[in-house]
Ligand binder design. Sequence first.
Ligand SMILES: *Cc1c(COP(=O)(O)O)cnc(C)c1O
Length: 366
Amino acid sequence: MSRGTIARLDLAALAHNFAAVCRLASPSRVIAVIKADAYGHGLLRVARVLRDADMFAVATLDEALAIRAAGLSTPVLLLEGFHEPLELPEIAAQRFDVVVHHPAQVAALQAQRNMTFGRIWLKSDTGMHRLGLPAAAVRPAWEDLNRHPGIAAIGLMSHLACADQPAHPQNAQQIASFRQTFAGLPGPRTLANSAALLNFPETRLDWVRPGLLLYGISPLSNCPAAKPVQRIALKPVMSLHSRLIAVHNLAAGEAVGYGAAWRAARPTRLGIAAIGYGDGYSRRLPSGVPVLVNGRRAELAGHVSMDMIAIALPDDIPAEVGDEVLLWGGALPVEEVAAAAGMIPYELVCGITRRVEYQEHSQPQP
Ligand SMILES: *Cc1c(COP(=O)(O)O)cnc(C)c1O
């Protein structure tokens, strides 16, 4: 029998979110970001639903090859480019789109003048200081790539560090730097992730690169119900479920779990659910984080164990062994759970481990 620890994936919600993002971004084209196993939702499961996307983006060649091996011919962009020159023959053979963010990558491409590549996306560092060529190195790199006989198209790209904070001054700086750095160069442009797509319409340009929005999660850390997100009416794709495997009573003053980290202030009914950090329910989630038991709100009590959590149950909640526990999704936004822990929803959904059973469903969406 199943332990009942299940990630349910609403594929109709995924299709709905994708269509909503495409409508919002139009006429910009959409690169569906499905790196990190599609943010924990399952790379191929998501790729099959979104196969009509203009392009997918992934972080590794293995992910790109898995998409091809599944028989999908959607164009694929490698967000970090190649990690070693040995990857180039395969990248060329598959005509993957490739980000080039470092002089060493430009040099490695120049050393392969008899290979034919897909589109190269030249990435400039406009202020995030993670990946990208400094502004002064962009034009020389562009000239080098443009002279390459096997490179037919060059796109222009950067990434914003603070797009989830609309008032942050670095946004305007980076947007201005993007314009200046690439001024006069031909080729398609891409700058916006999910947060930029919502907060800075001027960054949509030719291609947008939403990830989180596709999964029905808001990137706006301040508020899951923020206005621009409401307008596109996202639907959460993942919900994480478990079941109660024990229910018992604590007397006032008794503690639960490792380190006796949570102590009952008054007599408390405690539910034990079959999910823990071994499933990706992070140990960084503290006491007080909301969970739903039979659809009613209760709170995590004490440290998350590897296979179990304890839940302090309000007296008026019916709770018996076998009853349903919702950790996030549906009526309990993952944004809210993450915020209660000082975490980001990206971390939670990406963290689901292989022990969790995945179930797909596809209810028709109004
Ligand atoms: C992951 C990633 C994205 C998508 O970010 P979201 O916040 O999930 O929309 C876009 N661009 C790049 C370069 C990325 O690495």
